[in-house]
Design a protein around this ligand. Structure first.
Ligand SMILES: NC(=O)c1ccc[n+]([C@@H]2O[C@H](COP(=O)([O-])OP(=O)(O)OC[C@H]3O[C@@H](n4cnc5c(N)ncnc54)[C@H](OP(=O)(O)O)[C@@H]3O)[C@@H](O)[C@H]2O)c1
Length: 324
């Protein structure tokens, strides 16, 4: 495994991190969670991500239980706050009240004394950013979180937060967590550069486009049984990728990966890691073999001609906009 600094901080995170969205959080999935976490440690992965909203707290409980037999100092744990956790008007968002209450609740569900990286899951248009940033800074002073971060904030929102933190003498944000894969590239326009200037590292999610960029979904065929694409309880987003023009492109990328002696998953992960501002690529995994295969991506180096070949293959779907 290889490690990068999380933005300008001194924290080192593995280039591949393991997330728990849609994958862990029911009794049936607990064995998979434990096996995938064990595989992650074997590969040197030290970064684990979840969110309070994943299955309304069950994702945190599952990941916390799977991590409970490891030394707390051996891993970096992140979770998030923003999405509704109840029906009340204050059970959501980034108000001081909700952040403080949910941080406590996350600590309990995770079974830990502190959260390494605490992400604001989205931007909250109904709370002054000053209120949110000060609440995060207070949690940091209390030792309940070590680093404050955001997810899917725009370049302007990140720059504005940086200015406010400097003016109020608050600790700067450490990270942004956006989607980034060969089909979802909006961060290349502004977010990467503004984050670099502000000292945030990207922790990118869905780098395999939820499994599309493994090559297991084929044009003209039904999604294979047992995959996310075949499961109606979790395929709401991935379904939008299951069209022949996209899967034809994926088949060509698969051929290119094979010619380089790589799995497509490894090519896709190495491709996001080519960006120096990306600190870690967060994968999901339902099987330990997936973790082991994906972790090997850190050894792949993509030449300029390979990067050009990827651009050429992607050209026909440049305007494709997957569901969000
Ligand atoms: N901040 C946010 O708003 C946000 C949003 C989404 C996700 N996230 C974070 O990012 C993490 C990853 O997201 P994601 O699950 O969409 O990532 P992903 O890595 O793009 O997709 C993961 C899925 O692809 C399949 N897969 C992975 N490796 C494979 C391999 N080598 N061979 C075959 N199939 C493979 C597995 O699904 P099957 O085995 O079921 O087919 C796996 O669950 C989440 O767990 C979460 O922590 C954050």
């Amino acid at each position: 495994m290889k490690y990068r600094r999380l933005g300008n901080t001194g924290l080192k995170v593995s280039e591949i991190g393991l997330g728990s969205w849609l994958t862990y959080g029911t009794a049936a999935e607990q064995k998979a969670a434990e096996a995938c976490v064990a595989a992650a440690f074997e590969c040197g992965i030290n970064f684990f991500d979840t969110a309070n909203a994943y299955n309304r707290g069950e994702g945190e409980k599952a990941l916390g239980a799977a991590l409970s037999s490891y030394n707390r100092s051996d891993y970096v744990l992140s979770t998030k706050v923003f999405f509704p956790m109840g029906d009340g008007v204050n059970d959501r968002g980034l108000s001081r009240k909700h952040i403080m209450e949910q941080c406590e609740a996350s600590l309990r569900r995770l079974g830990t004394d502190y959260i390494d990286v605490y992400f604001c899951h989205r931007f909250d248009t109904e709370t002054p950013v000053e209120e949110t940033l000060r609440a995060l800074d207070d949690l940091t002073s209390q030792g309940k979180i070590l680093y404050a971060a955001v997810s899917e904030w725009s370049a302007a929102q990140i720059a504005n937060a940086g200015g406010i933190s400097r003016r109020l003498n608050l600790r700067p944000l450490a990270s942004n967590q956006p989607i980034y894969n060969m089909f979802e590239r909006y961060i290349e326009q502004e977010v990467l550069e503004v984050s670099r200037q502000e000292g945030l590292g990207q922790v990118v999610f869905s780098p395999l486009a939820q499994g599309i960029l493994t090559g297991k979904y084929k044009p003209g065929q039904q999604p294979p049984a047992g995959t996310r694409g075949a499961d109606d309880s979790v395929n709401g987003v991935i379904r939008s990728y299951l069209r022949d023009d996209v899967l034809d492109v994926v088949a060509q990328l698969n051929g290119l990966a094979g010619s380089l002696g790589l799995k497509l998953s490894q090519l896709a992960l190495a491709w996001v890691l080519r960006q120096p501002n990306v600190s870690s690529a967060l994968i999901g995994a339902t099987k330990p073999e997936q973790v082991a295969e994906n972790a090997k991506a850190v050894d792949a180096v993509l030449s300029p001609s390979t990067l050009e070949a990827i651009e050429e293959i992607l050209r026909p779907v440049a305007d494709f906009a997957p569901a969000r």
